[in-house]
Design a protein around this ligand. Structure first.
Ligand SMILES: Nc1nc2c(ncn2[C@@H]2O[C@H](COP(=O)(O)OP(=O)(O)O)[C@@H](O)[C@H]2O)c(=O)[nH]1
Ligand SMILES: [Mg+2]
Length: 197
C-alpha cells in the first residue's frame, strides 16, 4: 500500500465525537505498551504520527487517522496496565464496547500481541468480546526482531494454541523496527476492505 497521506482526524471520548462513518475503518487494540502506536506508524510509514507513549494507559480516547482518504485507522486505548482504579477500567470498557457495538463502518480489528509473551487473560477476553460482537479480527504478534527465528516459531505456536484452536483466523508476525510482516498485514487489510465495499 502506497501511503500518500496519513492525517490525524480527532480524539474521541464518546460516540458523538467519532468522525463520519463514510470510509471503511480498521481498529487497533492491545495491551498497553504492546507496540500498538509503533505498529500503526509502521503501517503508515510515519515515524511519529502516533505518539509512542511514555505513560502507558494514560489515554482513554479513540484516536482516528485518515489514510489516503480511503480508509480510517482507529487507535483504541490500551488495556491491562497495572494499578488503575476500577472507575478507569469501567470507562475503558464503556468506550471500547460502545465503539465495537456501534461503529457500522468497522471492517476489522487488529488485535496486537507481544510475540515474547504468553497471551494474558485480558487478551483472550478481548478476543471473546470481538467474537461475541462478530467483529472480524486479525491477530498480530509484534516485536519479532527481539527473538531468534526458532524462538519466534515457538512463541507463534503458543499464541496459535491459546487463540485459534483450529479456527482459521489470521496471525501475522510483525516488527515495527524492521517492517517484517508489513506487506502481509496490508494485504489482509486491503482484502477486508475489498470484501465489504
Ligand atoms: N524492538 C522493538 N520495539 C518495539 C516494537 N514495537 C514497539 N516497540 C517499543 O515498545 C515500546 C512501546 O511501544 P508503543 O508503540 O508506544 O506501544 P503502545 O503503548 O502499545 O502504543 C516502545 O519503547 C517502542 O519503541 C518492535 O516491533 N520492535
Ligand atoms: Mg500507544
Amino acid at each position: 500500500m502506497k501511503i500518500v497521506s496519513a492525517e490525524f482526524m480527532i480524539s474521541a471520548v464518546s460516540a458523538e465525537q467519532y468522525p463520519r462513518a463514510s470510509l471503511p475503518e480498521v481498529a487497533f487494540v492491545g495491551r498497553s505498551n504492546v507496540g500498538k502506536s509503533s505498529l500503526i506508524n509502521s503501517l503508515l510509514n510515519r515515524k511519529k504520527l502516533v505518539k509512542i507513549s511514555g505513560t502507558p494507559g494514560k489515554t482513554q480516547m479513540i484516536n482516528f487517522f485518515d489514510v489516503n482518504h480511503e480508509l480510517v485507522f482507529a487507535d483504541l486505548p490500551g488495556y491491562g496496565f497495572a494499578k488503575v482504579p476500577k472507575s478507569v477500567q469501567k470507562k475503558w470498557q464503556d468506550l471500547v464496547e460502545q465503539y465495537l457495538l456501534k461503529r457500522d463502518n468497522l471492517r476489522t480489528v487488529v488485535l496486537i500481541l507481544d510475540i515474547r509473551r504468553k497471551p494474558t487473560d485480558l487478551d483472550l477476553h478481548m478476543q471473546e468480546w470481538l467474537e461475541q460482537y462478530q467483529v472480524d479480527t486479525i491477530l498480530v504478534a509484534t516485536k519479532t526482531d527481539k527473538l531468534s527465528q526458532a524462538e519466534q516459531s515457538k512463541q507463534l505456536k503458543q499464541i496459535r494454541a491459546a487463540f485459534l484452536e483450529g479456527a482459521d483466523k489470521e496471525l501475522v508476525a510483525y516488527s515495527s523496527k524492521n517492517q517484517k510482516g508489513r506487506k502481509e498485514l496490508w494485504k489482509l487489510l486491503l482484502q477486508r476492505m475489498a470484501d465489504h465495499p
